[in-house]
Write a protein that binds this ligand. Structure first.
Ligand SMILES: Cc1cc2nc3c(=O)[nH]c(=O)nc-3n(C[C@H](O)[C@H](O)[C@H](O)COP(=O)(O)OP(=O)(O)OC[C@H]3O[C@@H](n4cnc5c(N)ncnc54)[C@H](O)[C@@H]3O)c2cc1C
Length: 278
């Protein structure tokens, strides 16, 4: 039995409701409903899909804002610079077209699955999470928002309202590669996302590298990012060292062993970095 269902029209109305008790926030429902197969959703449902202005990707002062009800299909169809190529590639890998039409980028982040395809790309892009409540708003780096498998820093009275991506030089480009047991509709064995921004001489001015499905939370690889800085774009693939994967703690499960995940991740990283060779 569903206890209560509300569909607010504004963030203020949503924040007022969230302050009044314990709600399950509903965006596309593609994680929320499958998690309740055969049993009712115990908490009242707060459907955020009618809130004006929450859907879409817009330029803001420091970069881009991805509204909380922006779907994966919206990302695929948006006119975005090559900076977003990794997020667009991840969008095409999330489930099938029906899931992409309904599932949201923010829902993927809030669900905090270790295999969430959007998280490595957003980490590599340096995303921040904007949260709003009746008490005001705050922003957290994505790495501080996703705390563990299915655990985030969101307080019960908060709504994730947007994801913010900092601006980069016009030529900045990102790449996303995912390995699964088959080509489509598959949970990742490992996935990597790489952002490279070059300076005027063709050397790396900024690198963002993240890996998903190889730890409870997708991780950036700071040692590799630091080694890439200043390198010529043609030499990046050769920079990857096994020790760079030290932040990862991959598990053995039905999809792959931890050892295989590490080996496959090294290969994906080298392939992703080779894509920046002129
Ligand atoms: C058949 C199938 C295939 C799938 N394949 C993939 C895949 O390949 N890769 C992948 O990463 N995922 C996959 N998923 C999972 C899912 O589609 C994605 O994670 C999707 O992006 C979730 O978004 P949503 O809007 O449907 O979230 P919802 O189900 O609406 O919400 C997910 C969680 O986040 C919370 N939430 C959502 N939005 C907010 C918000 N704005 N503020 C606060 N809390 C919020 C909800 O309360 C809930 O706990 C698949 C799902 C299905 C059913």
């Amino acid at each position: 039995m569903l206890h209560r269902f509300e569909r607010p029209q504004s963030i203020a109305e949503a924040a007022r409701l969230l302050a009044s008790g314990s709600w399950a926030v509903l965006a596309g429902g593609t994680d929320l409903y499958p998690a309740h197969v055969g049993r009712a959703v115990a908490a009242p449902l707060l459907d955020i899909t009618a809130i004006a202005g929450l859907r879409g990707i817009r330029r803001d002062d420091g970069g881009w804002a991805i509204g909380a009800t922006t779907t994966w299909t919206d990302v695929v169809r948006a006119d975005l610079p090559p900076l977003f190529a990794a997020l667009k590639a991840a969008a095409r890998e999330v489930g099938g077209v029906q899931i992409q039409n309904t599932g949201t980028v923010a829902g993927n982040v809030c669900n905090a699955s270790p295999a969430a395809d959007g998280v490595p790309a957003l980490l590599a892009l340096g995303a921040e999470v904007e949260l709003q409540s009746a008490a005001g708003s705050r922003r957290l780096p994505l790495a501080d928002f996703v705390l563990g498998s299915r655990r985030t820093a969101r307080r019960e009275a908060e709504l994730v309202s947007a994801l913010h991506i900092p601006a980069r030089a016009a030529g900045a480009r990102s790449v996303f590669l995912k390995l699964g047991g088959r080509r489509y509709l598959v949970i990742s064995i490992t996935m990597v996302a790489v952002l490279i921004e070059l300076d005027a001489d063709g050397a790396v001015a900024h690198a963002g590298v993240a890996v998903g499905s190889c730890s409870a939370v997708a991780k950036r690889l700071p040692a590799l990012e630091a080694r890439l800085a200043g390198r010529d774009a043609a030499t990046l693939a050769a920079c990857v060292e096994p020790g760079d994967l030290a932040p990862l703690t991959p598990i053995d499960d039905i999809r792959a062993s931890g050892e295989y995940r590490i080996d496959a991740t090294l290969t994906l990283l080298r392939r992703a970095l080779a894509a920046f060779s002129p």
